[in-house]
Design a protein around this ligand. Sequence first.
Ligand code: FAD
Ligand code: SIN
Length: 520
Amino acid sequence: MYKSDFLVIGSGLAGLFFSLKAAESGKVIIVTKDKMMESSTRYAQGGIASVMNLDTDSFENHISDTLVAGDGLCNREAVELMVRDAPNLINELISFGVQFTKKENGLDLGREGGHSNNRIVHAVDATGFEVESVMLRKAKEHPNITILEHHFAMDLLTEHHLGRKVSKSSETQCFGAYVYDKKKSEVRRVVSKVTILASGGIGHVYQYTTNPKVATGDGIAMAYRAKAKISNMEFVQFHPTSLTLEGANSFLISEALRGFGGILRNSAGEPFMEEYDDRKDLAPRDIVARAIDDQLKKRGDKSVYLDVTHLDSASVKKEFPTIYEKCLSFGLDITKNQIPVVPAAHYLCGGVETDLHGKTSIQRLFACGEAACTGVHGANRLASNSLLEALYFAKKASEKASEEFSGYRNEVNIPAWDESNTFNTKEWILISHNRNELKQIMWNYVGIVRSNLRLERALRRLTLLHEEIEEFYERTSVSVPLCELRNLTSVAYLIIQFAMNRTENRGLHYNLDHDTSKVW
Ligand code: FAD
Ligand code: SIN
């Protein structure tokens, strides 16, 4: 058993920023299921949205752009607080040593879809790598922070594990988590006064995703099992432009390239975005992704193309070195040839519901980053507001958790993990088959364009998969692929249920059986 003041699940930006702040008041254990660097944060390209120049931009514009993208479902107070704190957060990152791209008179500010101004603070096209590296270096140096790599959080510890019943879910408390040490193949109890879910997104519930392999919605599934309130799961954002070349594995082609002047063209070379939205290539992502989907279906094509060949090639190489080099590694020189792209699952706007301090509906459990639903994104996230949300709510959660933790004691009566009556099956192949099937169901029936029939079909197939997986889980010794599959199934179920319950088209949720006239 490990004991700590704070247990943080996840070592992306949300988990690390929380930890660095909370470590000023108590001991922090971070568990992370892969190498500590592995996270969506690490791959973020475009940057962090922030109004840095009040002569040319305003907080009101950033707030308004966020609310417009969120299509009526944002919590205005959350948006205002986050947007107004953004410059402080950026300056704090700079004080930590993060090197953002500069120009003569300050930071270089990029442009992305849905933003009325240039306000994307970035480190060329590898912002996430820069931020994650600096945060990790600081966390590793901090005497109050212990990072346990290759430790997979399996389940939150609650009264249920003590054999106690609670009458209302709001009375449930979280005492830490069962965590599987992958190298030693042992389940440990990590008890903590406060637990923070910073476990990131769900991209791998879909066949095609920009997300790294760790994004399997574990935190949301764990919170759901513990009966925490979950919200807005129907709002899955598909990034319009992921690279589609043999072996490219949905590598992201940043929206910042369109902000720099890139143009989307169909296979006939026509720039098609003007047919769909006055903002053309810089319309919000849901519109661009649906427009691409429409082009692919109408034309029977496998991809559309992002064209940057008309831009100054030296500038493209200088501003987008990661994308340039990556494409070149597949034999594609983007300064000479168009880039084949398709949409891919990118970001979940919903998640574990929190208040303005990152508190969930379960006592002693906080959530921040992509795993949380803070109210900032509503029905659709504005580009580059995600890293900002992770920073702002990690900070708020750390303030509240640091205030509260000394009022709790560590619960040491949690029983050890019980592996009796389980065995090591020879049927592991079933897990990968089920995982592929799940990802295909979600891509085909619960993707960019949905319908009642598709959702009903998805639910029927998923119910069957769920039964098989639960049965397998009950009798099999702990395995990370099986735990992930179980979590993916819960997340898929939540997305389908929320999608079925939303009887209108709003933001990212688009169902052919609802009023489609508003959309184009
Ligand atoms: P992550 O950074 O994903 O970290 C989650 C952590 O939890 C990981 O360490 C993971 O290993 C760990 N974890 C998960 N499950 C478990 C478990 N069961 N046990 C233990 N550990 C676990 N947003 C922007 O604002 N700007 C951008 O430019 C941008 N570009 C992006 C580009 C790409 C390719 C992608 C995929 C996303 C991008 N996003 C961007 C979105 C943004 O990067 C993420 O939403 C954000 O980084 C999420 O941070 P996080 O800390 O919540 O989660
Ligand atoms: C991108 O660089 O296009 C991704 C930005 C984001 O997800 O906010």
